[in-house]
Ligand binder design. Structure first.
Ligand SMILES: CC(C)(COP(=O)(O)OP(=O)(O)OC[C@H]1O[C@@H](n2cnc3c(N)ncnc32)[C@H](O)[C@@H]1OP(=O)(O)O)[C@@H](O)C(=O)NCCC(=O)NCCS
Length: 203
């Protein structure tokens, strides 16, 4: 019996040594050659992680919209573990809105999303952006909440003949000057008007 336990212990120690020891998450700017893996990650993340939050039609619409290369004017960072891209995040120009955060479902809940989000926030601060906005999916809502984002309004946007519920959220990154506060009030007003128009036009 003792022999068996020793053998098991040795085997499991060997197995442990086989596990990747260096699981350091590296965040870097995306390169053109990351485009395919970025599309794969966003597609797989929706298919796997968002399946519990959306119905069949909504999920199909989301998957269809995420099957293409990203075209928006944005700055994108990727997360790498052992030189494998396992997530990405983007900030939309003028860098006051989060365009995307997607994590490979095999690496979910390992703080990769948080590290990407922190990198976006750092970039926004460097660009003197006082408030960061995001249209959070139902899936990502608890993630943003855990990272200090506040709910502004819940709404829907139309996509391929269906409606996708989302939650408009924001986080204050910097204390602001009077001019910046005015710009912020203008942005808030614009978000409310655009969201109301979308709801009135398509609901
Ligand atoms: C949202 C997403 C990016 C989160 O990435 P992640 O690396 O798994 O998140 P983290 O490990 O950094 O999570 C940080 C905290 O957020 C919260 N959180 C994250 N995912 C959660 C979930 N599914 N349910 C509840 N809380 C969650 C938790 O508090 C978590 O801390 P904990 O694990 O110690 O409890 C990832 O789930 C994803 O790609 N989702 C699908 C795509 C999507 O909806 N993207 C957002 C578009 S706006």
């Amino acid at each position: 019996m003792v022999k068996q336990i020793n053998a098991y212990w040795k085997a499991s120690r060997y197995l442990l040594m086989q596990q990747p020891i260096d699981e350091k998450i590296i965040i870097r700017l995306a390169k053109p050659e990351d485009r395919d893996i970025i599309v794969d990650i966003q597609f797989n993340a929706i298919k796997t992680l968002s399946a519990k939050d959306y119905n069949y039609r909504q999920l199909n619409a989301l998957l269809r919209s995420k099957s293409f290369y990203r075209k928006a004017k944005e700055i994108t960072f990727v997360a790498e573990i052992n030189q494998k891209v396992v997530g990405f995040a983007s900030l939309l120009y003028p860098f006051n809105t989060i365009g995307a955060i997607f994590v490979d479902p095999n690496f979910a809940r390992r703080k990769i999303g948080t590290k990407l989000l922190q990198r976006l926030e750092q970039e926004a601060i460097t660009n003197r952006i006082p408030i960061l906005w995001v249209s959070a999916s139902l899936t990502a809502y608890p993630f943003y909440k855990a990272n200090g984002y506040r709910t502004i309004i819940k709404s829907n946007f139309p996509l391929y003949s269906t409606y996708i519920p989302f939650i408009q959220m924001k986080k204050r990154l910097l204390l602001v000057t009077r001019e910046e506060r005015l710009r912020e009030a203008y942005q808030f007003f614009a978000v409310v008007v655009v969201t109301t128009l979308i709801v009135l036009l398509f609901w």
